[in-house]
Design a protein around this ligand. Structure first.
Ligand code: AMP
Ligand code: MG
Length: 303
């Protein structure tokens, strides 16, 4: 990535801790974007071009992760991207643009909506556990177990007696995941109230976007401050050393994609992956194949 900023720097910049003040983070900000003339002139063009390069590296890293687990069943490593955001926050776009750079075979993407009747019969982590990526895979959660302390809390779908203990339950669950080979990349896409309005209007103006529009999103806007508070509590209470939260300013889609690509790449690079060595002797295999070819050629020629 030239010599601007490396991926670890960007994820460090976006990482938040127990003292985070969400209201102080500018949703239109572009933390970590290099301060160079070429970037300032056309930040969007620059970031889009950079995403292509980041995407190639993401694809390579993800292939190495997949290959490592395939040749070594003892290798339990996998990566899980947890995407959370307000409605219109850009979760779907991020999946399309960032996950879209990688081989679909190695991805496991799950979107979580309101729990089904069956899911409601189990504890809130039941459906989450069922959707976890196997070793070698990159999992992506489009919404997640965090909805159970976000929408559930704000829209009073359960009593505080039910949702309050969940922060600790989530921390214990994520500890378990990390101990069994998961790298967690938790991302809140942070949009502004005004940007959400613009995006909702866009959906209403464009018939090809009606399917994304949900009248309930407008009702949800009335709960904006309560949601911001609930998000802040999530960031403060579930941002742990082993599974930190990142807040990605998301009013600018090009910045959002660039930043999330950095976060995933950083997690993959920390695994120090490589292509697995051959469990066979490539030279003697080549010879064997050559011998076999002359053999079958003569067979096919009826000799
Ligand atoms: P979307 O992401 O636009 O497809 O919408 C999914 C909807 O499912 C959102 O309104 C979420 O708030 C809702 N949802 C996701 N998880 C839960 C949950 N655990 N309980 C209730 N609603 C949920
Ligand atoms: Mg929606």
């Amino acid at each position: 990535m030239r010599n601007d900023r490396n991926v670890a720097d960007v994820s460090e910049l976006l990482r938040v801790g127990s003292g985070v003040d969400l209201g102080a983070i500018d949703p239109a900000g572009t933390p970590g974007l290099p301060d160079r003339k070429a970037v300032r002139r056309d930040p969007k063009g620059w970031a889009r071009a950079e995403l292509v390069m980041l995407g190639e590296e993401l694809a390579r890293q993800q292939e190495m992760l997949f290959a490592s687990a395939k040749v070594n069943p003892a290798d339990q490593r996998r990566v899980l991207l947890v995407l959370q955001a307000m409605d219109c926050g850009g979760k779907d776009g991020t999946v399309k643009k960032v996950a879209g750079t990688m081989n679909p075979e190695g991805l496991r993407i799950t979107a979580f909506g309101p729990p089904t009747a069956e899911e409601r019969r189990h504890d809130f982590l039941w459906r989450i556990r069922r959707a976890l990526p196997l070793p070698g895979y990159l999992g992506i959660f489009n919404r997640s177990h965090y909805e159970d302390v976000l929408v559930v809390r704000v829209r009073e779908l359960a009593s505080p007696r039910v949702w309050k203990p969940r922060y600790e339950m989530i921390n214990t669950f994520e500890r378990e995941l990390v101990d069994s080979g998961f790298s967690l990349v938790k991302v809140m896409l942070h949009i502004s109230y005004d940007e959400q309005r613009r995006r909702l209007l866009e959906r209403l103006r464009d018939p090809t976007k009606y399917w994304k529009y949900n009248p309930d999103d407008v009702d949800n806007r009335a709960y904006w401050p309560a949601y911001q508070q609930a998000y802040q509590d999530v960031l403060r209470r579930c941002g742990t050393d082993h599974a930190p939260w990142h807040v990605v300013p998301a009013d600018r889609k090009w910045y959002r994609d660039w930043a999330v690509a950095h976060l995933i790449l950083d997690a993959l690079k920390r695994l120090d992956l490589s292509y697995p060595p051959a469990a066979f002797d490539p030279k003697s295999e080549t010879k064997r194949l050559e011998r076999e070819e002359t053999g079958s050629a003569s067979k096919m020629n009826g000799r």
